[in-house]
Design a protein around this ligand. Structure first.
Ligand SMILES: Nc1ncnc2c1ncn2[C@@H]1O[C@H](COP(=O)(O)OP(=O)(O)OP(=O)(O)O)[C@@H](O)[C@H]1O
Length: 291
């Protein structure tokens, strides 16, 4: 199964040329920051333009404009309630499921506005997978968890091969090979989260949204998930919300700092954000002076 299978849903791949030289990531990276950074220039895959979101009369996001390059890890950081999860849910239109939510602006996936009337949100979510904070495997076998997305999308293919491939990509195959018919709920928390990642990547999405995927896990499981995220960015565009500054510094190529009021204050290479941010408010937040 190739990503090209889904291409026709929203226009051709890579039609957006990068226009921002900031996407060129510098070499000479310090040990602690952005170990996944590279010198590759990447096309924009997700572009937000003047995104505003309200829940009833309360504004949660205020004029968010940003371009996210493909095959990289983008971290969203900021204090509680600043709109990080709301922004993540704009990308795959999960906010559609919240009655009080209203989204204005343009959110493009490879140049096609996902809020256009002709976009089917279910087809969109095939291309934009999501992993949540708390591991949430279904009360089904490990195998059935992985193929779940394929089945509800009526997607054909060699399921055995897809299960093996997805579990290998999620770094879980070696631990569950031979017991695929056991319940996903019998796995440890860290294994459950890797199972959820396998489930999210089985339909071969282009973008993987992760909302604090390691915050419910112990340090060993967290480290495994972090390693995995860096590997996944070779094939997918990963956009991750995290409260953990060290985690953002370790695994992301770009970091977006949201602050109170639903404002995107700074978005830049992770190294720049952590070592030399433009905004004093960002520096204060990063260094723990507030938030
Ligand atoms: N379903 C909802 N209904 C009403 N208001 C909501 C809803 N979801 C979020 N909000 C409000 O929108 C604002 C942004 O919330 P959001 O969850 O996006 O922030 P966040 O930065 O992800 O926070 P956290 O880090 O605590 O998860 C908050 O004021 C929150 O109370």
């Amino acid at each position: 199964m190739s990503q090209e299978d889904t291409e026709t849903d929203f226009g051709s791949r890579g039609e957006d040329d990068p226009t921002n030289d900031d996407m060129l990531v510098e070499t000479d990276i310090s040990d602690s920051v952005g170990s996944s950074q590279s010198t590759t220039r990447r096309d924009t895959i997700v572009r937000a333009e003047d995104i505003n979101v309200w829940y009833d009369n309360d504004q949660a996001l205020n004029d968010i404009t940003m371009e996210i390059p493909e095959n990289s890890v983008t971290a969203m950081v900021g204090p509680s309630g600043c709109g990080k999860s709301t922004f993540l849910r704009c990308i795959n239109r999960m906010n559609d499921l919240i009655d009080s939510a209203r989204v204005e602006g343009t959110l493009s996936l490879r140049g096609k506005n996902v809020y256009d009337a002709d976009v089917d949100p279910v087809a969109l979510r095939r291309r934009v997978g999501m992993v949540f904070q708390k591991p949430n495997p279904f009360p089904k076998s490990i195998y059935d968890n992985v193929v779940y997305g394929l089945e509800i999308q009526d997607k054909g293919g060699d399921y055995d091969q897809i299960v093996e491939e997805s579990l290998k990509r999620a770094a879980l195959w070696d631990e569950v090979n031979g017991r695929l018919d056991e319940s996903g709920l019998e796995l440890s928390g860290g294994q459950q989260q890797r199972l959820c990642i396998a489930r999210a990547i089985a339909p071969d999405p282009e973008v993987l949204l992760m909302d604090e995927p390691a915050s419910a896990l112990d340090p060993v499981a967290t480290s495994q998930i972090e390693d995995l995220i860096e590997e996944l960015a070779e094939d997918y565009t990963v956009i991750i919300v995290t409260h953990n500054m060290q985690q953002a510094a370790r695994i992301s190529d770009q970091t977006a700092v949201f602050l109170t009021g639903g404002e995107l204050v700074e978005f830049d290479d992770t190294q720049k954000i952590f070592e030399n941010p433009e905004s004093q408010r960002v520096e204060d937040y990063i260094t723990g002076k507030f938030g």
